[in-house]
Write a protein that binds this ligand. Structure first.
Ligand code: MN3
Length: 242
């Protein structure tokens, strides 16, 4: 004797033996659970390395809290904010490009999600030095890599309150900029627009546990974990497009 169950569009024939019943039911339960959880519009991508991978520049505790609490918080709040709004179903890039037309909760959390996703990617455990080709670009704009680092660090240190420092490509040229809160250069509300290729989080939550009020020390240490390969890939992508 067989019984047919229809679940999630699948027809399952269930035999009398409890073992077969078990084998048939479990995949369906997993399928239904999976299809239910994809309903959130935005998701937190896995961190590309272990929480302690960037030590000593960024300590394990800061990394874990930053990723699991702060970044996850932006993702959760963004999902809640877009639900039922005009931003529902839109990509993150689309939302950022017309962020002025959305409420502050979308601006803050869409920025928070984009900025942190990029921040994790432009850092790495054992980063290589910039390539000769990319160094040439840096030299042409800033004089040298050291001069670029000094100018970037200065801008990042002077960003009042919470915000971000950026290296952007603006009309095909490299430029340093900063933004307050979770704003970024892709937003229509920002003065210095461009495509960000390097991002530094200067919110106190990014460094306070280890560096307390010494933001410049955090910035100095941060250079040791900058993933230049990723920065250069982002640069090449923009320059080839424009
Ligand atoms: Mn942060």
């Amino acid at each position: 004797m067989q019984t047919k169950y229809i679940a999630g569009g699948f027809i399952i024939k269930i035999n009398k033996t409890p073992m077969k019943l078990f084998k048939n039911i479990i995949p369906v339960i997993l399928l239904l659970t999976a299809s239910h959880s994809v309903s959130a519009q935005f998701k937190l991508a896995p961190l590309p390395y272990a929480y302690n991978a960037l030590e000593p520049a960024i300590d394990k505790e800061t990394m874990e809290i930053h990723y699991t609490k702060h970044h996850q918080g932006y993702v959760n709040n963004l999902n809640a904010a877009v639900k039922g709004s005009a931003a529902e179903g839109k990509s993150l890039a689309e939302i950022l490009a017309s962020v002025s037309s959305y409420p502050a909760a979308i601006r803050n959390n869409a920025g928070g999600h984009y900025n942190h996703t990029m921040f994790w990617q432009v850092m790495g455990a054992k980063p290589k030095a910039p390539s000769a080709a990319f160094l040439k670009e840096i030299d042409q704009t800033f004089g040298s890599l050291d001069k670029f680092k000094a100018a970037f660090a200065d801008s990042a240190a002077k960003r009042f309150g919470s915000g971000w420092a950026w290296l952007i490509v603006q009309n095909g040229k490299l430029k340093i900029s900063t933004t307050p809160n979770q704003d970024n250069p892709l937003m229509d509300v920002v003065k210095e627009k461009g495509t960000p290729i390097l991002a530094l989080d200067v919110w106190e939550h990014a460094y306070y546990l280890k560096y307390q009020n010494k933001r410049p020390d955090y910035i100095t240490a941060w250079w040791t974990v900058v993933n230049w390969e990723e920065v250069e890939q982002r640069y090449n992508k923009v320059v080839k497009k424009s």
